[in-house]
Design a protein around this ligand. Structure first.
Ligand SMILES: Nc1nc2c(ncn2[C@@H]2O[C@H](COP(=O)(O)OP(=O)(O)OP(=O)(O)O)[C@@H](O)[C@H]2O)c(=O)[nH]1
Ligand SMILES: [Mg+2]
Length: 458
């Protein structure tokens, strides 16, 4: 985003808010003072639309004023300041979802005084107009990019202000602390020898801040999900397990070793966690160039996965080389690895060794327990409590940690009986960091960083 969007010029902006493609409807969003009259002038009923009150929907024909050509028969959502998403006068055009049609309408708007909105510019304007704080603005993009119902629900909570409220609670308590300090500074003669700050109270606040900061790993998990690779020797049943997990006949399964060459990817919702699952080429010595390339790529994938399910054919058992591989994984080299003992249904299947999860990709026995283990492994441990707000912004996490660090300094200062005016600097620093989270304290750089992650039209 260029810096002039931050300059609060409030010129007329327009953008397609829906994906460009054939669809029943497409929504073009516009905003800025004079927006209604500017759009109205392009229709068959300029006067009545220009006078139309906000919160109404009107039908109109959109025409190119130069050629008189009809561009669409559409519905217009009219909004008057401040009762709109951006807080400005705004019009939403509900047009037919035709790619050339939408492009022509946008081109007409851009010829008629609108400019193309930058990514996130509508939400930026909403923030600048005081409609949302920065955590809610960030939640807008988090909602759009969520991939499971759980991730979506958490982001909706943030849009509802769950994080804003929590941060403001912390801030109010710190402002209370500051007031105590100010009193002490103003009336030093009243000094009773007691320090006005309760170290335990500060410690509790710091703990709370760290708890919210730690929820980032859960937020990230539900938003971005994890990558899981199925690995093992040829014929171990990786593709069979892949299909079983997806409940569809996706990957080719055969008893010919080396069936899978290129890895295949698919996604799965595991209790709200978006999983990206990869079926990979079976590992074995090969002189075949294509298979060798597949195995090389599998190796790369196994390095970058968040978790590897290592499959062993239970009717064959573990080879020496596999024992080594699993031992390496157990020492924490590379991603964590869950050893799986497949083909448990087969009469010839040997008993699963200690630490292996016995499953059958054929009868699905043991799959639930395996998924439970996957869930256990990818869910971050720590201070996150079920039901408490979850953040999904690295920016917010860093600021919470900065505030916590400042409070740590306060605790130390209290212990060392530092003068209150020195302590107050650290309390101020914590308040400032919390203000940056909600956007009370902000700068063009921060806004740039936040809004450039948005998609256009948001
Ligand atoms: N009895 C039994 N057979 C299985 C099971 N899983 C896979 N198989 C059989 O094992 C053979 C190999 O299965 P695949 O899923 O293709 O194995 P893979 O690990 O993907 O093999 P490559 O792609 O060659 O590396 C097939 O004949 C499957 O039918 C299982 O749980 N039980
Ligand atoms: Mg396979």
């Amino acid at each position: 985003m260029n810096s002039n969007t931050i300059s609060q010029e409030n010129d007329l902006i327009a953008a397609l808010a829906t994906p460009l493609g054939s669809s029943a409807l497409a929504v073009i969003r516009t905003s800025g003072p004079g927006c209604v009259a500017t759009v109205a002038a392009l229709t068959d009923r300029p006067e009545s639309l220009a006078r139309c009150p906000g919160g109404r929907i009107r039908r109109a024909q959109l025409r190119d004023p130069q050629s008189g050509r009809l561009l669409d028969d559409l519905m217009l959502g009219i909004f008057r300041a401040p009762r709109s998403y951006t807080g400005e006068e705004a019009v939403e055009l509900f047009c037919h979802g035709s790619v050339p049609g939408v492009q022509e309408i946008l081109a007409l708007l851009f010829r008629s005084g609108f400019r193309r909105a930058e990514p996130g510019e509508f939400t930026l304007r909403a923030f600048l107009a005081g409609k949302v704080d920065l955590t809610r603005a960030e939640a807008v993009q988090e909602i759009v990019s969520s991939r499971t119902a759980r991730g979506h629900g958490l982001a909706l909570g943030r849009l509802g202000g769950s994080v804003e409220a929590e941060v403001n609670r912390f801030k109010d308590r710190l402002v209370g602390v500051m007031a105590g300090i100010a009193l002490q500074l103003d009336y030093p003669e009243e000094e009773t020898g007691q320090i006005p700050l309760d170290r335990e109270e500060v410690a509790r606040l710091r703990e709370g801040l760290l708890q919210l900061a730690a929820s980032y790993s859960a937020g990230k998990l539900y938003q971005e999900g994890v990558t899981i690779a199925l690995a093992g020797k040829t014929n171990a049943g990786k593709s069979s397990l892949f299909n079983a997990l997806l409940k569809e006949d996706r990957a080719i399964v055969s008893d010919i070793p080396g069936t899978t060459r290129d890895y295949i990817e698919s996604s799965l919702d595991l209790g709200g966690i978006p999983l990206r699952i990869f079926d990979t080429a079976g590992l074995r010595e090969t002189r075949e160039i294509l298979e060798g390339e597949g195995i090389r790529r599998t190796g790369q994938l196994l390095e970058s996965a968040d978790l590897v399910l290592y499959l062993v054919d239970g009717t064959r058992g573990v080879t020496g080389e596999e024992t080594e591989r699993l031992a390496r994984a157990a020492t924490g080299e590379g991603p964590p690895c869950v050893p799986v003992w497949n083909k448990a249904d087969d009469g010839a299947c040997l008993p699963a060794p200690e630490g292996f999860f016995p499953v059958s990709a054929r009868t699905l026995q043991g799959i639930e327990a395996l998924l439970e283990e996957v869930r256990r492994q990818v869910t971050p441990e720590g201070r996150y409590r079920e039901g408490s707000p979850v953040i999904d912004s690295l920016r917010q996490r860093d600021l919470l940690e900065r505030a916590a660090q400042a409070l740590f300094e306060v605790e130390r200062g209290i212990q060392e009986e530092m003068p209150v005016d020195v302590l107050s600097l650290d309390v101020q620093e914590a308040i400032h960091a919390l203000g940056e989270i909600t956007g009370e304290v902000t700068s063009a750089d921060i806004l740039d960083a936040v809004f450039q992650q948005f998609c256009v039209g948001k």
